[in-house]
Structure formats: C-alpha cells, structure tokens
Design a protein around this ligand. Structure first.
Ligand code: SAM
Length: 299
C-alpha cells in the first residue's frame, strides 16, 4: 500500500508521483474530495488549458501553480515534468473536462512516467462515455469506446462500414460508444441509418450532468428525425450504438452467413453444400463465399 491508497491518507503528505485527476464534465459537484485534496497538495498541475482549469481551481479556492500540457507540447512538456518527478516531485495532470487520457492529453506523460519507474495514480471521477453508457438503455455488459469518428463524410462512412463488419463477428455484441460534435451529429446519424439500417437502436446523450442534459433513445431513424425537427442541435454529446447487428444488410437482404445458416438449420444441409448453394444463387465463387462465411459465421 502507498500513501495514496491507505485509508486516512488525507492526513498524510501526498506521496511523490504522477496523479491523473478526473475533473467534472459539466456539473462542478462531480469533483471528488480526493481530487480536491490532490489538486491542493501537488507541486504543480499540468493542464490541457490553464485558463479553463483556472476557473475550476478558483471555484474551489485552490492556488496550486499550473503549467500547460496539451497536444502541441505534450512530448516536450512530458520530458520536463518527468525530470521533476524523478527528483521526487508530485504532479497532477488534468484535461479541460473528464478523465485525462480519454480523447484528451494525458497518455504520453503516463507512459513516460511508467517507463521511468515513477508511481502513477489514477484519481477517478467524471467521464462522458461511461456516464452516457450507464443511462443509455443499451447494454453496458460489454462495450467499446471508439473516441471520435472521422470528420470527413467518406472516411466516416467507411469507418462505420468496417465497424459493422467487425460487429457481425463480435460474439459478445458490444455497445459502441462515440464522442461526436454537434455540427456533425445529423450527418453521422444519417450515415448510421445508411450503414446499419434505420431500425438499429441508438442513444444520444447530450449535455450530460449539465442543466440541459438530455437522452434521446430509439432507432437510428427516430433519433435522426428528432434532431432534424430542431432548428439547431447544440451541446456536447455521446452517440451509442447497440452492439448486435441484424442478419440483414443495409439494403434489407439476408447476409450470406444468415442464408447459409438457414439452409443448415431448416434443410439439414451440410455446411459445404449450403455454401455451394448460396454461392451459386449469388453468382459468386465458392472461395469468395467461404471467406465471407468464415468472417461472419459466429453470428
Ligand atoms: N476527457 C473527456 C472524458 O473523460 O469524457 C472527453 C474529452 S473529449 C475532448 C470531449 C468530448 O467528450 C465532447 O466533444 C463530447 O463528445 C464528450 N463530452 C464531454 N463532456 C460531455 C457532456 N457533458 N455530455 C456529453 N458529452 C460530453
């Protein structure tokens, strides 16, 4: 056990090391008591944006010095902070909101500190993806956090298409969690409808923990229609897609794997005979059909 873990640690000086501190994603009440103590006690706080963090520190009456740590100086700043940590320093890293290192700076310094044998302490707290997931109505038994989708339409659509293919062989059917920008959400949902079909279940978590918190749950088409009916879509948001994909293609046709499986089940056909029949009906070669079957047969 170390000082950061020991019950009653609040009375002891903070152990040397790197503290990755989660901060609120909207509601300031979501800061933890431990986060406040750590932010008060460290030598320095490395911030994604010092002005943003200054507001938080001011609110809680904390006067610890800050230093900038963002995507443009992450590498250089990390080496400088590692030197301070090597000589027994205590440094906190925070991002503008939520957990550092989750779609935010923080990973580089954590890797560097670990490589240098420096203690790294997570100080848990708010995170948009997890907060959205637990109230989404979609399964949280298994999920994949995917950060932001590509901003360009073509790339975004092919990322979704690839995803759909990989989800067909996802035995556990994991809910897919994305961060998305308000000015792209309508286009992204339209792409989800095109790739996964309008009846695929989704949830959109907007302004989580804030005054205008909202969850829009339903099929991709319903959620898209809800947004299209609004003059403007604002706020920070998390988009979640149900993990299981239907055995139909986006055009409503049965997938090759579903057809093969149906022949095996309903007509008692051997796998190879079912594959041959489906390949013939689709006008494709046996080896192409076999490859497709191998990729998708688990579902
Ligand atoms: N590090 C943060 C975390 O732990 O959640 C995420 C930072 S990322 C740069 C910012 C994105 O997170 C936003 O564009 C939005 O997609 C999502 N996000 C942040 N705060 C949110 C909130 N209150 N409600 C919904 N989504 C939020």
């Amino acid at each position: 056990m170390n000082a950061a873990e020991t019950p009653g640690a609040e009375t002891k000086p903070l152990a040397p090391g790197l503290y990755l501190v989660a901060t609120p994603i909207g509601n300031l009440e979501d800061i933890t008591l431990r986060a406040l103590r750590v932010l008060r006690s460290v030598d320095r706080i490395a911030c994604e944006d010092t002005r943003q963090t200054a507001k938080l520190l001011h609110h809680f009456g904390i006067s610890t010095p800050t230093v900038s740590y963002h995507q443009h100086n992450e590498n250089a700043r990390s080496s400088e902070l590692i030197e301070a940590l090597r000589s027994g320093g205590r440094i906190a890293v925070v991002s503008d909101a939520g957990m550092p290192g989750i779609a935010d700076p923080g990973a580089t310094i954590a890797f560097d500190a670990i490589a240098a044998g420096i203690a790294v302490y997570p100080i848990p707290g708010a995170n948009a993806a997890l907060s959205a997931l637990i109230a989404s109505g979609l399964s949280a038994a298994s999920f994949v956090f995917r950060g932001f989708l590509p901003a360009k339409e073509g790339q975004r659509k092919s990322a979704l298409e690839k995803l759909r293919t990989s989800m067909r062989s996802d035995i556990g059917a994991s809910t897919q969690v994305f961060y998305e920008a308000p000015h792209r959400i309508v286009d992204t949902l339209a792409d989800v409808v095109a790739v996964f079909g309008g009846s695929h279940r989704v949830a959109l978590a907007r302004e989580v923990t804030k005054l205008h918190e909202e969850f829009v749950r339903g099929t991709a088409q319903e959620v898209l229609d809800t947004l299209l009916a609004r003059p403007i879509v604002r706020g920070e948001m998390v988009l979640l897609l149900e993990g299981s994909v239907s055995n139909k293609t986006a055009e409503g046709q049965l997938t090759l794997a579903a057809e093969v499986r149906a022949l095996m089940l309903n007509e008692n056909m051997e796998e190879t005979d079912a594959l041959k029949r489906v390949a013939k009906a689709r006008g494709i070669g046996k080896s192409e059909a076999y490859r497709e079957w191998q990729r998708h047969k688990v579902r």
